[in-house]
Design a protein around this ligand. Structure first.
Ligand SMILES: Nc1ncnc2c1ncn2[C@@H]1O[C@H](COP(=O)(O)OP(=O)(O)O)[C@@H](O)[C@H]1O
Ligand SMILES: [Mg+2]
Length: 423
């Protein structure tokens, strides 16, 4: 079996490694040369994946059995055509179209009987303003086609409305279509990984926090203390039920692969809200590189599902009809982000870091700045007796690392420290 990965970042790299372990043929494609998954695939190509002609050329040349899109910026029309030709595309073009469109996704989730925050759609300023007023100016606004926080704005007062409307222009695909959501004062954020293979398998629920719209740290299982454990126990039925419904709503009965269902948990009111769904490995799921048994990280689970290789039954615990994959120990992940720009990022402090956890470097050739933080260059992974300890250890691991580049040869700390456990 030959798989073709479209998008070859750090998540795809692990998918390819797991595919290699299972004896599959692998091809990795990205828009730039030297993308992480390209190093570990049998063959690599570089080009613009929104170009239908390029994709058709690749498929003609490589004749893959299965195409795995890892990113959203791909020509979906071409993917639909490949599906029509009988090539297995996972996630399906239709599911991807829904996952990246906040309007479609909301409607699908609503219809599937999944709880979502209250929302309005607006396509002009006047509707936008009245939607914000409807939520008493306590809401969050997001561009229809947006991700990683780009184009989103938290409205706290009437004065914010104009700024929020302006912000839509920063969405990944700017337009006047905006969703206005009730602001949920959640107790904690969850990410439920759901594997659709032969039937459904759940991973232990992940917890995470975001900084400037991007994942910064994640942990598994979700509870950091006794209070959270009790809170989670009181809503876990909703967590699993909504996650499976949301997954089926996107994947359909035939869809295979891992799905990440982002949820807000409100322990006080015992309510769970589904926020987003992605039909592929998720950045917060990197913690499973360490917490899960070898071959069963989120990437291993994804490729197994796609290649129709079942999960070993003995690795799952079944209670009340819900199958949950075992993990090794509580663990956490923490991103390693660049404090600088330039070619050839270099790292030091590994020995100090290893006192606290493991360091995985993605081998990206170039470091740059996003608006609020640097590019993600690696991830710190720690196991411990408790989740709280693992979170601290992963943080210490990541922050022991200093970075320089050929253009900026001074060793620098990672300066982003908000929401951290350490002062
Ligand atoms: N309705 C909401 N209520 C409260 N917080 C929210 C809401 N929607 C989003 N957020 C916060 O913003 C983060 C990013 O929003 P999200 O919808 O996941 O967009 P993206 O991840 O594509 O940028 C969430 O992880 C959560 O912390
Ligand atoms: Mg999100």
């Amino acid at each position: 079996m030959k798989i073709m990965l479209l998008g070859s970042g750090e998540l795809g790299k692990e998918v390819i490694i797991e595919a290699q372990r299972l004896g599959l043929q692998t091809v990795a494609v990205d828009r730039y040369e030297g993308a992480p998954a390209q190093y570990v695939a049998d063959r690599a190509y570089t080009g613009n994946m929104t170009d239908k002609g390029f994709l058709k050329y690749l498929v003609g040349r490589e004749d893959p059995d299965c195409i795995i899109p890892e990113i959203e910026a791909i020509n979906l029309e071409a993917l639909s055509e490949f599906e029509d030709l009988g090539i297995f595309v996972s996630p399906r073009a239709e599911a991807q179209k829904t996952a990246m469109d906040r309007f479609r996704l909301r409607e699908k989730l609503d219809k599937a009987g999944v709880r979502v925050s209250q929302y309005h759609f607006a396509s002009n300023f006047s509707d936008f303003e009245s939607a914000c007023s409807d939520f008493n100016y306590t809401c969050i606004t997001k561009g229809r086609f947006s991700s990683s926080g780009h184009g989103s704005y938290v409205v706290n007062s009437k004065e914010d409305v104009e700024k929020a409307w302006e912000e839509r222009k920063k969405a990944r695909k700017p337009s006047d279509d905006v969703i206005i959501e009730e602001f949920i004062p959640f107790s904690t954020e969850a990410n439920q990984l759901v594997v659709r293979n032969k039937g459904t398998v759940f991973c232990k629920t992940l917890g995470h926090y975001q900084l400037y719209g991007d994942y910064h740290s994640s942990w598994q299982p979700i509870y950091r203390n006794e209070n959270e454990r009790e809170g989670f126990e009181s809503v876990k039925d909703q967590v699993y039920t909504f996650a499976e419904k949301a997954t089926l709503a996107l994947a359909g009965e035939k869809g295979r692969g891992i799905h990440a269902v982002e949820q807000f948990l409100d322990f006080e009111n015992r309510k769970v809200y589904v926020n987003e769904v992605s039909c592929r490995p998720h950045d917060t799921g990197m913690v499973t590189f360490k917490t899960h048994f070898p071959g069963y990280s989120q990437s291993g689970l994804h490729i197994r599902a796609v290649a129709q290789i079942p999960v070993e039954p003995r690795l799952c615990q079944e209670t009340d009809g819900i199958k949950i994959l075992d993990s090794i120990k509580p663990g956490a992940s923490h991103v390693i982000v660049s404090p600088t720009v330039g070619w050839n990022p270099q790292f030091r402090g590994i020995e100090k870091a290893l006192q606290h956890g493991d360091v995985w470097i993605f081998k990206k050739p170039y470091a740059f700045h996003e608006p609020h933080h640097g590019r993600r260059l690696g991830v710190a992974l720690s196991l411990a007796e408790t989740v709280a300890d693992a979170i601290r250890e992963a943080e210490l691991t990541a922050h022991a690392i200093e970075i320089k580049t050929d253009e900026d040869p001074e060793w620098r700390d990672q300066w982003l420290k908000e929401k951290h456990v350490m002062p």
